[in-house]
Design a protein around this ligand. Structure first.
Ligand SMILES: [Zn+2]
Length: 205
């Protein structure tokens, strides 16, 4: 077995033992069921682990991750996670977490061909088309990329609003609150760009 795989499994044994010693009910409580307050949609990037950077313990956040934190209306995987989170778990918050330095966003902005993934990245190209004028006005490439990361978070929130699940929840008066965050893996800090706590006219695109 590769050394690093062995290390992971050894760590797991020790971690489970430590948790059990700290709190003998810890695993029993988790086994009884989950009551997460939030659904978190993040990027698959290994430098971005939303539950780690907000200190959420097991059972606290329901998580879905894909390349560039996209909400595609034809993606049954995300839509199933979303429906379960809203209708069964009744989460109170949905947080879309993008991140600066996102390789998916960078790839979408380039004109290179990467194969199958280009079809997924077409979702980001749609965001670029929608905001072409604003993006073209930014001369600095890094700033343009950073802005596209933010615009992508706004547009994925808009996509959530269009889903049948969200619209039904709205009709029933149980729609979760929507939040848009951008994580910076160079500083470890989250930039809150959208949410009920922010003046929505200032934060909207
Ligand atoms: Zn990413």
């Amino acid at each position: 077995m590769d050394d690093f795989i062995k290390q992971y499994l050894e760590y797991n044994q020790q971690w489970a033992q430590d948790k059990q010693e700290e709190d003998s009910e810890y695993f029993n409580l988790l086994a009884e069921g989950q009551h997460p307050k939030a659904l978190l949609l993040g990027c698959s990037d290994s430098r971005v682990s939303p539950s780690v950077v907000i200190g959420a313990d097991l059972g606290e956040v329901f998580v879905h991750r894909n390349i560039a934190n996209v909400v595609a209306h034809s993606d049954l995987n995300f839509l199933s996670v979303f429906q379960y989170a809203v209708e069964v778990l009744k989460v109170e918050h949905i947080i879309v977490v993008g991140h600066y330095g996102c390789g998916g966003i960078q790839a979408a902005m380039s004109n290179n061909l990467y194969g199958l993934i280009d079809n997924w990245l077409a979702n980001i190209k749609d965001v670029m088309t929608l905001h072409e004028a604003e993006l073209n006005a930014i001369a600095d490439e890094q700033q343009r990329l950073n802005r596209l990361v933010e615009l992508n978070v706004f547009e994925q929130i808009n996509n959530i609003r269009q889903t049948s699940v969200f619209r039904k929840a709205q009709q029933n008066g149980i729609a979760p609150k929507l939040h848009g965050w951008v994580y910076n893996f160079s500083t470890g800090l989250i930039n809150v760009i959208f949410g009920p706590e922010i003046n929505s006219s200032a934060s909207r695109v």
